[in-house]
Design a protein around this ligand. Structure first.
Ligand SMILES: [Zn+2]
Length: 123
């Protein structure tokens, strides 16, 4: 299923989660329903690194509704790191980064190759 949007409530929840976890990161797995990202599962572990990436790869249930991931960048840089790009390839196609100060425009979505992914915010 091609994903073309994210539910506004969910996006706001991700931003609030980033703020509440600051200065730590959070990682979540995103789920879509009918092409809209509607839900997430909070993943154990607080940092995206090679260790957590392989953890996901091993633990990820076979789920066709997994759209991708979301995690926070407490430093506010809205670009994927090298470790992020290795991680992105292991789970889904849409990868959201939310960053400090976690305002409604402090997020971006990326494809696994690091290119920007357009995502409509659906009310
Ligand atoms: Zn990152």
């Amino acid at each position: 299923m091609a994903v073309h949007g994210i539910r506004e409530d969910l996006l706001l929840t991700l931003l609030a989660l980033g703020k509440s976890q600051h200065p730590n990161e959070f990682i979540a797995i995103l789920r879509e329903e009918g092409g809209i990202i509607e839900a997430f599962d909070l993943a154990p572990g607080t940092q995206v690194n090679e260790c957590s990436a392989s953890f996901f790869h091993d633990m990820m249930p076979l789920d066709t509704h997994v759209a991708g991931s979301a995690h926070s960048h407490p430093n506010g840089v809205l670009l994927p790191s090298d470790a992020d790009l290795r991680f992105f390839g292991s789970v889904g196609r849409y990868h959201i980064i939310v960053g400090s100060p976690y305002t409604t425009d402090a997020w971006r979505c990326f494809f696994p190759d690091g290119s920007p992914a357009g995502l409509e915010v659906v009310p």
